[in-house]
Design a protein around this ligand. Structure first.
Ligand SMILES: Cc1cc2nc3c(=O)[nH]c(=O)nc-3n(C[C@H](O)[C@H](O)[C@H](O)COP(=O)(O)OP(=O)(O)OC[C@H]3O[C@@H](n4cnc5c(N)ncnc54)[C@H](O)[C@@H]3O)c2cc1C
Length: 366
């Protein structure tokens, strides 16, 4: 297994539950080497189903925040357009901090940290050969590439690389929001607040412990920040405040109070990305089907991981047919979600902000 994101850890944990050995190779030197990113909503039929197969649903329920599903929608002038709150018993899409999810999945697993993979060569006498950044090589019966958007395993199966969607996100965060910014804390509520304008939006989402992630999303060329040093927080802030000039003060305050800014252009793989099956190597999660971040990617990654683990556990002697059948199933499901999220991104960051509101209504009216 290459990668210890949601896909890799779910695969490893389900395999471990079935009593099968699995080696997890992770490039990061330690679990907390990078900030873990924002909160994830795990859907009943996808991510939660995967956790159930890992025997971790009760653990998830103890850590997740059903109230985090709440969402308020604003116009750029601050008018509240929608104020949606989940029923107390609504467990359809509770939120969980990525760090909590990672620790839940990690449990007893033995991850080899600091083992960056550079490439994989299938078809060797002892299995597929994994090449490491430190020059070493090791052969495995089955190499599962769960190494995300810029997968180093993928070239063994497919020449396709991610392409830029034309939408960029600049991310910042607020700490201790209830104490330091009580007005913003009330605006964000238990879940998130989003303001949609023409071709741009600002979204703020509560994580646990009073931490809030703020995303400014907009259409722009990939090099939009060519004149701005991304490490210069004040310069990035100034360019964002110019981009959102005229928006309501509380929305701009979300950007004014952010500490550092991280630039995340949205890339995707083609909607129907498949490959010719190669024995001994496969892909899961973003490595296989990177799509716009509209709440499906981690869910699909986890269900991929759980399903492949069960398929491999059921055919330990010769898993190749099981892997082949799994790939067909994953491609069909991912293709459907890639089409939904690609169309969703067009509506969420659209010349007509009414398109975003209509999408919100469609999702929240079922
Ligand atoms: C802003 C944002 C918000 C999102 N919100 C949601 C949400 O609410 N719900 C949802 O379902 N999805 C969400 N997503 C999408 C989700 O984050 C991804 O789809 C998900 O993390 C994919 O999981 P993965 O395990 O396939 O890959 P990743 O999470 O990318 O994990 C890959 C792992 O592989 C490791 N790795 C990479 N290269 C190598 C290498 N060469 N050698 C060894 N290890 C390597 C990485 O360090 C990492 O640990 C969001 C994405 C973004 C950007």
């Amino acid at each position: 297994m290459v990668g210890s994101g949601p896909a890799g850890l779910t695969f490893a944990r389900v395999l471990h539950r079935h009593g099968h050995p699995v080696t997890v190779l992770e490039r990061d030197p330690s679990p907390d080497a990078r900030p873990p990113g924002g909160t994830l909503d795990l859907h009943e039929g996808l991510g939660q189903r995967a956790l159930d197969r890992a025997g971790l649903l009760a653990g998830f329920q103890a850590l997740s925040r059903p109230e985090g599903q709440a969402m308020r929608v604003l116009a750029p002038d601050g008018t509240v357009l929608r104020d949606w709150r989940p029923r107390p018993d609504d467990l359809a899409n509770p939120e969980i901090d990525r760090r909590h999810l990672r620790d839940l999945l990690l449990g007893p697993l033995d991850v080899q940290w600091g083992r960056g993979v550079t490439r994989v060569t299938p078809g060797g006498r002892d299995g597929a050969l994994v090449h490491f950044a430190d020059g070493r090589q090791e052969a495995f019966d089955l190499v599962v590439g769960a190494d995300g958007a810029w997968s180093r395993v993928r070239p063994a199966l497919s020449p396709v690389t991610p392409h830029y969607t034309g939408v960029t996100s600049v991310e910042t965060s607020l700490d201790d929001v209830d104490v330091r910014h009580p007005g913003l804390a009330r605006l964000i509520g238990d879940g998130s607040v989003a303001a949609y304008g023409a071709n741009r939006s600002v979204v703020a989402q509560r994580n646990s412990g009073g931490h809030v992630k703020v995303y400014a999303k907009f259409r722009a060329p990939l090099d939009w920040h060519a004149d701005v040093d991304p490490a210069d927080a004040e310069a990035v802030r100034a360019s964002l405040l110019t981009l959102f000039d005229g928006w309501a003060a509380p929305v701009l305050d979300l950007l004014r109070h952010g500490a550092a800014f991280v630039h995340r252009p949205f890339h995707t793989l083609p909607v129907s990305h498949t490959w010719t099956h190669v024995p001994g190597v496969t892909l899961l999660g973003d490595a296989a089907h990177l799509m716009p971040p509209l709440g499906a990617g981690a869910n699909l990654a986890m269900l991929d991981g759980a399903e492949l683990a069960e398929a491999v556990a059921a055919a330990p002697g010769d898993p190749d047919e099981a892997v082949r059948a799994f790939e067909e199933q994953m491609w069909a499901r991912a293709g459907k979600w890639a089409a939904i999220t690609t169309a969703g991104l067009e509506r969420l960051v659209s010349p007509d902000p009414a398109a975003a509101l209509a999408l919100f209504d469609q999702v929240h009216d079922g």
